[in-house]
Design a protein. Sequence first.
Length: 275
Amino acid sequence: MVGAGTDKTKPHAGGGPAVILVRPQLAVNIGMCARAMANFGLDDLRLVNPREGWPRSDEYRDVAYSAAAGATTLLDAARVFSTVEAAVADLHYVYASTARERGQMKAVLSPSVAMGAAASVQSERRGILFGPERTGLDNDEVAIADSIITFPSSPAYASLNLSQAVLLCGYEWFKAAHGDAPPPSTIPRAISPPAQREMLLAFFDYLEARLDDSGFFRPTTKKPGMRRNLRNIFHRMELTQQDVRTLWGAVVRLAEGPRFEVQTRKRLRAKKSVE
C-alpha cells in the first residue's frame, strides 16, 4: 500500500544514522519503523534478535509489509544481528534511546541536539539503539552507547511507541541535514504580484466610505485612529493584487446586496424544437 504524498519518481534521500531495533517484539512495529525511516531518508535498518525472527514468509511478514506502507525496500534490506555489539561494530558513534539515564554518567541529549550533531559529521557512521517495546534497552545495552537520547515529553506519560521514537529522530536528522523549509507545492498556481500602494489606497477609500455610510466610525473623534488600525490590519497581510480584488468584490456585494443574474441573449433565446 502506498499512501498519499508518495511519489516514486522522486529520488530517495539517503544516509543518516543507522536505526538499530534491539529485540523488537512486533512485526507491525518493524514495518512502521521502516515507514518512519523512509519518511525522512534513513536507509540503514538493523535488527537484533527480533522475537519472531527475520525475514518472515508468513502472516507476520504480511503485517510488517502492510505497516511499512510502501517502504518495503528497507524491510528487504534489513540486516539481522545476534548481538548489539555485532550490530554496532562498524559505527563510530552510538546513541541509546531511553527515557532514563540509568546512572551511567553519559550525556543526555534531545533528538534535535543529537541529530544535529549526527548531520554535521559526514565522515562518521552513527547509529541509534531502540529497545524492545515493553522494557526498553537494558543497562548493558545502554552502556555500549556514547550518549543518550531522551525525548522531551510529559513526565506523566513519557513512554513512546517504537515507531514514534524512530520518526522523531528521523525528523530531527532530516531537518538538520536538509533544512527546515517546507517542500515546494506540487500544484502549479498562478502567482499574483504584490498589490501596488495605489491599488491598496483605492480599496481603503472605498471600504472606509462604505463603513462611514454604515455608521462604523463612531464616535467621530476616534475616526482617524480607527482608520489607521483598519489599514494596518491589511498592511500586515502583505496583500497581493488578487487578494485586493477578492476583498474589494466581497465588500461591494456586502454594500450593494445580491447581484441579480444578468440574462444574456443566449439565455433568452428559446430552444429550437427538435423535429
